[in-house]
Design a protein around this ligand. Structure first.
Ligand code: BG6
Length: 473
């Protein structure tokens, strides 16, 4: 009973949120580099900041992030000390192909990740690699409009081929795109989309995501051809919507909202767009730009496992004025009066985690992998220590819920990586003070600090959790 013997415990990061070193190793500029700290973060790519470049008025947190670029040996040693079995990280596309369309890959970038993977294996840590975690070369955005162009598939395919060949034997777990459904909420970040005035934005988004889904299917096929040991996963931002009341209209709204969450992962896991997705598009005067052969490609190359992020559940209300009452990882939600919220207003709901695990397993019947979960909080450094009992509480309850899903409900679960195992830059706000880590990084929102790494109380707690395979919480 309990978690499987080879359960993959670990932590997760993304290149743009932790690496920094933006001007090193011939790296090119990506969309995510241009996301400033502060409220304007959400304007990039919209009419207000359309084809945007760096300026003096903003601070760009991704350029330095928490400097994993120079600290990776020290950081991986700390992960090893906690007993990590896996470490999720993403590839910065612009380290491998700085503009995205070069003939030959950049050897410095390739070597950098090779060293990281070798370093992981020294500690018995299996890398879990997200090929695309919200990054797109700016050159391709300016030249062809990012993922709205079908040409992107070829560039992405070339990136994948380069990675699968070079890292054969070093990496076996791959995720194609981070949070495939995030495009409906953060289109510049998820697909490099800048909208034209009066454009049908749904059409632009579905065009872009269709290209990503094709690219994901091609990558899945290729990964299996290059190495039959490769395991490929899709990744969605999950967290079930509850109806606000038992009023049928609220229940119906929850069904519709949940369908938007699953709409694209459905394609990756089942191999086709569900009818409701086609109807959803029709209602918005949009359609999928199918080309001959697309349907077969999607059908024949579904993923091996389904991975997802879970931070909180959400609430649907038929009263649309209540839609934006609560924050939930950029998704709109009404308030849930039964739940406490984090410092950043995200509802804390461990049982919702168990529900989500069950819903996903019922729906896809494929092994699941939780690749993000955690609490963003304002940690205080006191005499060299961080007593983050609130984080331990959050994780304890969520791991217990996950255990229930495995033990009592029979969910097939491969592993669990907490988000931001080391403090990093928040995707939603650009802050570092929204901390998730077991390891504190001495850096403030504006990049000041020594970047020293300090173990929090949760570091020792998680080590024990891993040691006992989740028995001692
Ligand atoms: C997920 C993303 O949406 O949530 C991460 O995959 C992100 O990139 C995480 O950091 C937490 O969100 P935030 O806004 O607190 O950083």
């Amino acid at each position: 009973m309990g978690f499987r013997k080879d359960f993959l415990w670990g932590g997760a990061t993304a290149a743009n949120q932790c690496e920094g070193g933006a001007n090193e190793g011939n790296r090119g500029v990506a969309n995510v580099d241009l996301m400033p700290l502060g409220e304007d973060r959400y304007l990039v790519g919209t009419g207000k900041m359309k084809m945007y470049d760096f300026d003096d008025q903003h601070f760009y947190p991704a350029l330095t992030a928490v400097d994993f670029y120079h600290h990776y040996k020290e950081d991986i040693a700390l992960f090893g000390e906690m007993g990590f079995k896996t470490f999720r990280l993403s590839i910065a596309w612009t380290r491998i192909f700085p503009n995205g369309n070069e003939e030959k890959p950049n050897e410095v970038g390739l070597k950098y990740y090779e060293d990281i993977f070798k370093e992981c294996h020294k500690y018995g840590i299996e890398p879990l690699v997200t090929i695309n975690h919200f990054d797109c070369p700016m050159y391709l955005i300016k030249k062809i409009g990012g993922w709205r162009s079908r040409e992107m598939i070829n560039y992405f395919y070339k990136l994948c081929k380069t990675l699968f060949i070079r890292y054969k034997g070093l990496v076996k777990y791959w995720l194609t795109f981070n949070e495939i459904n995030m495009i409906l909420h953060f289109p510049f970040v998820a697909a490099g989309l800048c909208f034209e005035e009066d454009e049908n934005e749904t059409q632009a988004m579905i065009t872009a995501v269709h290209h990503q889904l094709l690219a994901s299917a091609m990558a899945t096929k290729l990964a299996h051809e290059i190495d039959s040991n490769n395991q490929i996963g899709c990744m969605l931002a999950a967290g079930s919507y509850y109806p606000e009341t038992c009023k049928p209209e609220d229940y119906w709204k929850a069904i519709c909202d949940n369908r938007e969450v699953y709409m694209f992962a459905d394609v990756q896991a089942r191999g086709y767009y569900h009818n409701y997705a086609l109807k959803w598009l029709e209602e918005r005067n949009a359609s999928i730009p199918f080309v001959k052969g697309d349907k077969e490609l999607l059908k024949e190359n579904t993923v091996d496992f389904v991975s997802f992020s879970y931070y909180s559940s959400r609430v649907s209300s038929s009263d649309l004025s209540k839609g934006k009452q609560s924050e939930s990882n950029i998704f709109s939600s009404a308030k849930n009066p039964y739940l406490k919220e984090s410092d950043w207003g995200w509802a804390i709901d461990p049982l919702g985690f168990r529900s989500t695990l069950n819903e996903l397993y019922d729906r896809y019947q494929k092994p699941l992998f939780v690749v993000e979960n955690g609490l963003g909080a304002n940690d205080v450094l006191e005499n060299g220590s961080i007593h983050d009992d609130y984080r331990i509480d959050y994780l304890r309850q969520h791991i217990q819920a996950m255990k229930d899903a495995v033990e009592k409900d029979g969910v097939n679960l491969l592993g669990y990586t907490t988000w931001g195992c080391i403090d990093l830059v928040s995707n939603g706000t650009g802050e570092v003070k929204k901390r998730y880590g077991f390891i504190y990084v001495d850096r403030d929102n504006l990049g000041n600090g020594t970047y020293q790494r300090i173990k929090k109380d949760s570091f020792y707690w998680y080590k024990k959790v891993i040691e006992t395979n989740g028995e001692d919480l």
